[in-house]
Design a protein around this ligand. Structure first.
Ligand code: HEC
Ligand code: HEC
Ligand code: HEC
Ligand code: HEC
Ligand code: HEC
Ligand code: HEC
Ligand code: HEC
Length: 390
């Protein structure tokens, strides 16, 4: 009897301890990345200007849950149907405040999945995913902003609608700030990657670039008179390679990665994460490989230029010809050539950073089956032959 009582008290004590620990964990920040992280909202208090302006950037908007109203007005005003050579059609449908991508054979609906998560700010394109049993699958239709057109998703089979391409953690590594993922042996010899959707930190947030900042915040809250930044990396004082590697985590293509870049902190080296394919420095694609392209430019080799010379990471970019010219002229002064180009109101990048079609992304709208070019600016700043100007 007595022993039973002691045992009961013991169990009760354990239960109370677990509750207590859980409570403490929750109150010390609920960021899925752990207690060293504070979450983007926490920066507002002291960096309001940066936070307000950052909100509008493509980085911030590069992944999100699909909200009915924003997607509906933004995307439903186009032809929302793609035909496939096997006679099937995929249409966008609206149903109880959801938007679905539905596959039809004639009038018969064979499959229908909800658009639940979006990748891409829509600056150029948006692609969508649906959840099934902690797996995320890419939907067949992708939206191309410039063309105002829905098209078969890139790299998908062109003869029939396809619903079973998994979206993998690698997409999240470049397009979000965090997701918890794990591998499960679903069948013998088959490993499936699964996610905990409630751990996603959507968009690229402050701490994705700056590293965990809880300690920084605690210090400055306790020492409001201290104006010198503490417990946070000063990116400006990092070496040029370190600065380049920070942007290069997501802007140097898709090399073999042997460690999740979610762990990358300012000051880290890309060597600890990536092994590049031998070809990736010879003829880099314009999609996602800005780092390698820039490094091939005389501007980069013969000056101390970095990405930050031309890009402000906290501002939504709306580069006008004037701001671009000004950044070129800050180094290239007023040679006869430059003065003439400015007088003729010509944009330097039309000839020296021309738009190029990506080789790694192929878009086609299936039945018409034509290649839709996906164009980006080359960052190999150079003198190009006239037939390559825009
Ligand atoms: C309680 C106030 C406070 C909060 C909250 C806060 N900071 Fe700061 N932070 C400061 C102060 C003070 C400085 C130094 C002055 C300055 O640069 O504005 C600073 C500077 C910085 C710097 C510049 C470092 C350098 O040396 O160049 C970065 C980066 C930074 N904070 C990031 C963050 C991030 C990210 C968050 C949110 C996760 C955050 N801060 C939240 C007070 C705060
Ligand atoms: C894409 C990466 C990236 C993201 C995301 C980012 N920053 Fe920065 N931040 C930088 C870089 C790079 C610098 C150094 C800029 C320079 O040298 O001009 C910097 C500098 C700073 C500084 C110090 C210089 C200044 O401009 O006052 C503060 C403070 C800061 N960031 C806060 C934030 C906050 C707050 C957020 C989120 C709202 C944020 N950053 C999001 C890359 C980023
Ligand atoms: C965590 C990954 C990641 C990091 C780190 C990162 N970027 Fe990006 N960047 C992206 C993605 C993803 C996009 C595409 C956003 C979109 O439109 O959906 C992007 C887009 C951009 C754009 C185009 C913006 C526009 O409005 O079209 C510029 C410029 C850029 N990044 C510069 C930088 C610079 C400079 C740095 C380093 C300070 C940096 N990025 C660091 C992932 C990253
Ligand atoms: C190594 C980093 C990286 C990986 C991995 C990656 N992306 Fe991207 N993605 C980028 C960058 C950088 C851009 C924008 C600049 C560019 O295209 O060069 C971009 C652009 C996009 C865009 C267009 C955004 C816009 O509006 O401009 C979409 C959509 C997209 N990616 C989806 C995906 C999906 C889905 C995956 C996984 C299959 C994926 N990305 C994997 C870095 C990455
Ligand atoms: C940080 C300084 C810097 C900036 C900013 C800069 N450049 Fe350069 N650029 C250089 C240097 C240094 C060279 C090599 C010496 C030279 O040819 O003048 C160079 C070379 C060039 C060349 C000759 C390339 C070759 O292969 O012969 C062109 C063209 C050029 N830059 C165009 C531009 C344009 C266009 C911009 C703006 C988008 C720009 N640069 C921005 C520093 C810069
Ligand atoms: C219509 C196309 C075109 C435009 C626009 C243009 N350039 Fe050039 N640029 C050329 C060509 C072609 C050459 C090589 C022949 C030459 O030297 O005139 C060149 C050469 C250069 C060089 C290397 C030779 C030198 O003069 O130092 C630089 C640097 C340069 N351009 C910068 C710029 C800048 C900065 C702008 C914008 C103000 C600009 N260019 C606009 C076509 C153009
Ligand atoms: C010499 C100036 C310069 C430098 C340095 C530079 N960029 Fe750019 N970048 C530009 C210009 C100009 C554009 C085109 C802007 C536009 O058309 O609105 C651009 C566009 C982009 C885009 C959007 C892609 C597109 O084609 O629209 C991305 C992503 C980007 N830059 C990333 C980077 C990264 C990452 C670095 C460093 C590795 C970098 N840039 C260095 C000038 C520069």
């Amino acid at each position: 009897m007595r022993q039973q009582k002691i045992f009961f008290i013991f169990i009760l004590l354990i239960a109370v301890t677990i509750c207590f620990v859980k409570c403490i964990q929750q109150s010390s920040g609920s960021d899925p990345r752990g207690p060293l992280y504070a979450g983007a909202d926490a920066c507002l208090q002291c960096h309001k200007n940066i936070a307000d302006s950052y909100m509008h950037t493509s980085h911030n908007k590069t992944s999100a849950p699909v909200f009915f109203d924003s997607i509906r007005t933004a995307l439903i005003n186009t032809k929302t149907m793609v035909n496939y050579p096997n006679g099937h059609t995929v249409k966008l449908e609206e149903e109880r405040r959801n938007i679905l991508q539905s596959q039809f054979e004639g009038d018969k609906k064979i499959l229908s999945e909800k658009m639940e998560m979006v990748f891409g700010s829509g600056e150029k394109a948006r692609t969508f995913g649906y959840w099934k049993d902690e797996q995320l699958f890419q939907l067949p239709l992708t939206y191309l902003t410039n063309l105002h057109q829905w098209t078969n998703s890139p790299g998908f089979p062109i003869d029939h609608p396809y619903y079973t391409r998994p979206i993998i953690s690698r997409c999240f590594e470049c397009h979000s700030s965090y997701v918890y993922h794990y591998n499960e042996n679903t069948r013998p010899l088959e490993i499936t990657e699964k996610f905990k959707p409630n751990t996603i930190v959507y968009g690229i947030d402050c701490e994705r670039c700056h590293g965990p900042a809880k300690k920084h915040i605690d210090f400055h809250r306790e020492n409001p008179a201290e104006k010198k930044a503490t417990y946070i990396a000063d990116i400006k004082s990092l070496s040029r390679t370190q600065q380049s590697d920070l942007c290069g985590t997501c802007h140097s293509g898709n090399p073999v990665s042997f460690k999740s870049i979610f762990a990358f902190m300012p000051g880290d080296s890309l060597k600890n994460y990536y092994m590049y394919y031998p070809g990736s420095f010879i003829n880099p694609d314009v999609h996602g490989m800005q780092m390698q392209l820039l490094q091939q430019s005389a501007c980069y080799k013969q000056s101390t230029l970095t990405c930050l010379t031309c890009h402000n990471p906290h501002k939504a970019e709306n580069k006008t010809q004037q701001t671009i010219t000004a950044s070129c002229i800050s180094c290239h002064n007023t040679s006869l050539h430059n003065t003439q180009m400015i007088q003729e109101k010509k944009n330097c990048i039309t000839c020296h950073m021309p738009l190029r079609t990506s080789r790694s992304l192929d878009f086609n709208n299936s039945t018409e089956n034509k290649n839709i070019p996906y164009k980006l600016r080359t960052h190999r700043i150079a003198i190009y032959p006239e037939n390559e100007w825009e």
